[in-house]
Design a protein around this ligand. Structure first.
Ligand code: SF4
Ligand code: SF4
Length: 61
């Protein structure tokens, strides 16, 4: 199982991580990306690669 975490201090709400996610794990709320379906995460790390703010980490648990 994989757990994505988004650092709200770093996130600028660009939405790139949402566009690339194959599992609709995150959405934008109040101009920040937030994890809404963490249990669906596939661990592909596409969101980590696309985030220019280095705001996302994905941990295997
Ligand atoms: S790609 Fe990074 S900065 Fe952009 S919305 Fe996602 S977490 Fe925030
Ligand atoms: S690791 Fe992949 S499946 Fe998980 S949130 Fe990021 S883009 Fe979505």
């Amino acid at each position: 199982m994989f757990t994505p975490t988004i650092d709200a201090e770093k996130c600028i709400g660009c939405g790139e991580c949402i566009d690339v996610c194959p599992a609709d794990v995150c959405e934008i709320q109040d101009e920040k990306a937030v994890v809404v379906n963490g249990e669906e995460c596939l661990g592909c790390e596409s969101c980590v690669e696309v985030c220019e703010q280095d705001a996302i980490t994905v941990e295997e648990t």
